[in-house]
Design a protein around this ligand. Structure first.
Ligand code: MRU
Length: 347
């Protein structure tokens, strides 16, 4: 049977149902999206988060947009829907999977004739969803092949089923390696300020009876020094064509610490996360979010009122820190531009 995390995005009774990730692990609640504005709101407000999950959600959002636009004008809906597509695209700036999925849907919109497009677009959205899960299973197994028996691993943020169509990227590798009995310990850091590690990764693994140890973000260096960590395994929001990686804030510091301590650093992501239009990480837009994500915990202020805040929610890890980039198309060790170009050309 599928776990709750594997059913975080479901098309049901002609609309989109999302597990509300803001409420986990305390409450398991669902948000029902009946139109594209509900979907945009859900992405902006982190009901759903994680690069591939945002892409899958947006694809279903396009189906809901097309339903309304086609009802409004059978002759002009393909032009009118562009407004919805650009609003969807702006919902979050860093994860490239959002643009990737919208482009896939747009290709289908352009091909559509005067027939009602809903069924065709829904088939494409379901395919994007299904293929993401398959990609994660494939890259999960490829990543697990890199681990030796007896490995302790650390993951950051949540790159699990909740952050994807299902199974997960970094957690996909960890799931596969755990099933192969290769893992001695899994550490999740809390991932300030939004606590994806505490609230989501710990919950998701325990739901599947996979033991996990939670650490403060600031304990990572000591963990590397004392606990013989073998790998740091993270996901990605966007990988530039030279191999630089945008991921949750704090990823860069883990990569620097990993190098210092001789720990391997793996980035696990589907090829839809690789953006060949970005020459380097410097070109990637880093989202900054509301100050109260830092000053407050669960709506409770923990800071002086007048304090200034800087809240970038992603950072760039230069390619030189990455031991292996693991995708469903294959593994790239010590990624660079030419290796990534070869990977993207492969089937
Ligand atoms: O702000 P979030 O929670 O959307 O950030 C998510 C991450 O940074 C994940 O590590 C990334 O999207 C990879 S998810 C498979």
């Amino acid at each position: 049977m599928k776990s709750l995390a594997d059913q975080a995005i479901v098309w049901q009774d002609n609309h989109l149902v999302l597990l509300d990730q803001r409420k986990l692990p305390k409450d398991v609640q669902y948000i029902h999206c009946q139109n594209v504005n509900d979907v945009i709101h859900a992405i902006k407000n982190m009901v759903v988060r994680g690069a591939p999950a945002i892409g899958v959600t947006a694809a279903y959002g396009v189906v809901l947009a097309a339903r309304v636009r086609y009802q409004e004008s059978k002759s002009n809906w393909q032009q009118d829907i562009e407004q919805d597509l650009s609003e969807l695209l702006c919902a979050r700036p860093t994860a490239v999977n959002l643009r990737w999925a919208i482009e896939k849907m747009r290709q289908e919109i352009v091909k559509s004739g005067s027939e009602d497009p809903e069924n065709t677009l829904l088939t494409v959205a379901k395919k994007i969803h299904h293929e993401d899960v398959q990609a994660n299973k494939t890259l999960g197994d490829l990543g697990a092949n890199l681990l030796s028996k007896g490995s302790a691993v650390l993951t950051h943020c949540n790159a699990g089923a909740l952050a994807t169509g299902g199974y997960g990227t970094a957690l996909g590798v960890i799931r596969s390696a755990y099933a192969e009995n290769k893992i001695t310990a899994i550490y999740a850091d809390e991932t300030r300020p939004w606590f994806q590690g505490t609230r989501l990764t710990a919950w998701e693994l325990l739901q599947d009876s996979i033991p996990v140890t939670l650490i403060c973000d600031s304990a990572a260096a000591s963990l590397m020094r004392q606990k013989k960590l073998a790998w740091v395994i993270v996901g990605a929001d966007r990988v530039a064509s030279n191999g630089d990686v945008a991921n949750k804030i704090g990823t860069y510091s883990l990569a620097v610490m990993a190098r210092e301590h001789g720990v391997n650093f793996m980035v696990a992501a589907p090829s839809s996360t690789i953006d060949m239009h970005m020459r380097s990480g410097d070109d990637i837009e880093i989202e900054e979010r509301a100050h109260n994500e830092v000053t407050h915990v669960q709506n409770e202020s923990i800071s002086p009122e007048q304090v200034q805040v800087w809240n970038p929610v992603f950072d760039i890890t230069p390619a030189e820190y990455v031991s292996a980039l693991v995708t469903e198309k294959g593994v790239v060790k010590l990624p660079n531009r030419s290796k990534i170009e070869d990977l993207m050309k492969s089937k």
